[in-house]
Design a protein around this ligand. Structure first.
Ligand code: GLN
Length: 291
């Protein structure tokens, strides 16, 4: 069987099981078996697979048919133009979260050398993408899961930012050693009763409590004492959560400028709150204006 025939056959099997991007997914699986990049795959389409490689592809296709995400099978997922290692210890980065990164980057331009914290970093995709785009920034990345941080550490090394992304283990903002300019987070926001539908990703990374907004709500509260004057909080949210999240933010930060940003599908996906530049009375924050 040639590579081309193998691709076609895997695509056919995946499509028959209603896997949407069957062509792309079969390509990723075959590349995983052969350990080659996309260009090489297309150069070698007429080459023959060995029996062992055919068997390898069959095994990976079967795993995919049982529902295992492609990113866990291959151990990779692309995010913001970079390749990240992923496995069952972390949530698989979603394209929607690239919107969150875009927003942080445009806000970060307002600061000279921003201090940014990515909370619940998982595999580190958001923190590392930010570090790569914003060479002046200092980035903290925290997660309550020590196992997730091991994956993030490997990704920091892979992308050469281990010295610029400071990984911290702990709950929410507790491990942060200093107040920051920007807090960014894609926290768990799936409603508790819907989490079990997902058998593969860690429920810790998905479970947002009864209404899905429990963790987001906790972070908003903690952000009050950990954001510098003029700082910003940027949150990814689940479908239908914008009212709950924006009204909580308005209560906690009455003078902040709050915005809701839709994703490409038109769903409200990111909420941002930017504080006024002067410190809130009564809060003991080091004064540091954005430049
Ligand atoms: N977007 C993910 C999903 O719906 C959830 C990610 C999260 O909880 N932050 O599967």
């Amino acid at each position: 069987m040639t590579l081309k025939q193998a691709l076609e056959s895997a695509r056919h099997i995946l499509a028959a099981s209603d896997i949407e991007e069957a062509a792309l997914e079969s390509e990723l699986l075959l590349r995983q078996v052969l350990k080659i990049d996309r260009i090489q795959l297309y150069l070698e389409l007429d080459n023959e697979l060995t029996k062992k490689q055919e068997e390898g592809l069959r095994r990976l296709t079967q795993r995919r048919l049982k529902g295992e995400p492609n990113a866990y099978i291959t151990g990779h997922r692309e995010f913001y133009g970079h390749d990240f290692r992923v496995d069952g210890r972390v949530l698989i980065p979603r394209p929607e979260s690239e919107l969150l990164v875009d927003r942080v980057i445009s806000l970060a331009r307002g600061y000279h050398a921003p201090i940014i914290a990515d909370i619940g970093t998982g595999c580190g995709a958001i923190a590392i993408s930010l570090a790569l785009e914003l060479p002046q920034a200092k980035v903290y990345a925290s997660d309550i899961s020590a196992a997730a941080l091991e994956v993030a550490r490997a990704n920091c090394q892979k992308h050469g930012v281990a010295d610029r992304v400071c990984l911290l283990q702990g709950d929410m903002l507790k491990p942060l050693p200093e107040p920051v300019d920007l807090i960014v987070a894609n926290l768990p926001y799936v409603r508790r009763q819907e989490v079990n539908d997902n058998h593969f990703e860690p429920s810790l990374a998905l479970n947002g409590g009864r209404y899905g907004t429990e963790q987001i709500g906790r972070l908003c509260l903690e952000a009050r004492s950990r954001l510098r004057p003029g700082g910003g909080l940027l949150l990814e949210i689940g479908q239908g959560q914008e009212k709950a999240v924006t009204s909580r933010l308005k209560r906690l930060f009455p003078r902040a400028k709050i915005e809701v940003v839709p994703d490409l599908a038109g769903t409200a996906r990111v909420v941002t709150a930017v504080l006024p530049a002067e410190p809130y009375a009564g809060l003991n924050l080091t004064k540091r204006m954005p430049e």
